[in-house]
Design a binder for this molecule. Structure first.
Ligand SMILES: [Zn+2]
Length: 442
């Protein structure tokens, strides 16, 4: 059992009763438990339920990509007991009604929990603030216009004041569109070689610089989404020294792959922000090790093949193919392909590689995938202390498996990890004491 919040890392038995953790005792202490179901998980890790602070479930609005039902089943299969669903649905989650819809669907599905993320501004238009208080009352627990940056500094400043007053955080998609210029891939050798438009790293870091200056002034809690560049990390470190209340997340694809993945996987390696240089990846890994990065988020972004322009571009890319030179028309298609990759069912496996490569201890992994996301979402979760709600993930850290997109419970298959051999995955996902995913039966 690994429970960083209780400073526990050792062999323990966990007793769950009425949806709560009823007892935690040295393994083998209690042998006779009348009326108890015993699940033998010896050799595995029992950890507080994993929490993904950043996913897109496309519901309401885009059922061909994902629904709350398929998204939450995918989450449970990936070991997540809770996911925070971003607001860029259709309609946008900027009203009580949409938040209520999401929570109702979640209850029907009976799988992982869904935490609605409220938009910061109506329609994600960056102009008029939503009614923060009403959104919290309806059940939203984080504010973000993710996918679209908030360009007007005054709007952001007022949003931070409102979030601070109510005790919640604002999650920021950091992009200066005047610098990113709709770039399809990191501006560099790979974008040049493929002939597609480039997205400079300064497009992210310049906006991080501005927003953290505003955050220091306001004293509000801000969260930098999917940090991807070395310079952004330096700015976050500096802002903390100046008293900023800033947390940040990294995605598994940004710390596992660099820009060269686009030469093999095409638009399945296209996302916003883009995969960066090898040097940036090294810096992200160092920031995971030194604690600069607080949490891992999948940024699960399901898309159907048409949105990814697979009919037009799919034939150009595959492992083993020579690097394609895209003609002008194809390069344009590439730039128009939707951004993002699915991640719920590969996130834990990729994160565990950090442990297997001796970069971090298991405890730190659980902090990044449960304890810290719980704090961001203002949830009483991320612990297996007696009395806590029994959201539990059981992980077999040594199970070897191959990423097979056709087996995903997600509706979408857009991943650059197909065929990758990984070590470690969730075998049981338990929400409020109920098993919602059991790999032994899958
Ligand atoms: Zn996102």
């Amino acid at each position: 059992m690994i429970d960083p919040a209780s400073a526990i890392d050792g062999d323990f038995d966990v007793l769950v009763r009425d949806g709560e953790i009823a007892a935690v005792e040295r393994a083998g202490t209690r042998t006779n438990l009348p009326n108890a179901t015993v699940v033998d998980v010896s050799g595995y890790w029992i950890v507080p339920g994993l929490i993904d602070p950043h996913v897109h479930l496309r519901d309401p609005g885009f059922p061909q990509k994902e629904t709350i039902q398929t998204g939450l089943h995918a989450a449970a299969a990936g070991g997540f007991t809770t996911v925070a669903a971003m607001a860029n649905t259709s309609p946008v989650n900027d009203s009580r009604g949409t938040t209520a819809y999401m929570i109702e669907r979640e209850k029907e599905v009976h799988s992982a929990r869904l935490v609605p993320v409220s938009a910061v501004t109506y329609g994600l238009r960056g102009i008029e603030l939503v009614d923060f208080e009403a959104m919290i009352e309806a059940g939203s627990r984080l504010f973000s216009d993710d996918g679209i940056p908030i360009d007007d500094a005054m709007v952001l400043s007022r949003a931070l004041d409102e979030a601070k007053r109510l005790g919640y955080a604002v999650a920021l998609h950091e992009e200066d569109c005047a610098l990113s210029c709709n770039g399809a891939l990191n501006a560099g050798e790979v974008s040049k070689r493929l002939g597609v438009s480039g997205y400079s790293d300064s497009a992210e870091s310049q906006r991080v610089r501005r927003d953290l200056a505003i955050a220091i002034g306001s004293g509000a809690a801000v969260h930098v989404c999917h940090v991807s560049t070395a310079e952004s990390l330096d700015l976050i470190r500096a802002a903390r020294r100046h008293g900023a209340q800033v947390t940040c997340e990294v995605t598994p694809h940004h710390f596992t792959l660099d820009e060269s993945a686009a030469m093999i996987w095409g638009t399945n390696a296209k996302m916003n922000p883009p995969l960066r240089s090898h040097g940036d990846v090294e810096n992200l890994l160092a920031a995971i090790r030194d604690g600069t990065i607080d949490m891992i988020a999948s940024d699960h972004a399901p898309h159907d093949p048409d949105s990814k322009r697979m009919p037009q571009l799919g034939a150009y890319f595959a492992p083993g193919h020579p690097v394609p030179q895209l003609d002008h028309e194809s390069a344009k298609e590439f730039a128009h392909a939707a951004n993002g990759v699915v991640g719920l069912e590969t996130s834990l496996g990729l994160a565990l590689q950090l442990v297997h490569r001796s970069m971090i201890e298991p405890t730190r992994l659980i902090e990044m995938m449960s304890v810290n996301p719980a704090a961001l979402l203002r949830m009483e979760a991320g612990t297996l202390a007696v009395g806590a709600i029994a959201d539990v993930t059981v992980i077999d850290p040594n199970l070897e498996w191959t990423v097979a997109p056709e087996k995903f419970l997600s509706k979408s298959r857009n991943t650059p990890f197909a065929g990758m051999r990984l070590k470690g995955r969730a075998v049981l996902t338990i929400v409020a004491g109920e098993i919602v995913y059991d790999a032994r039966k899958a």
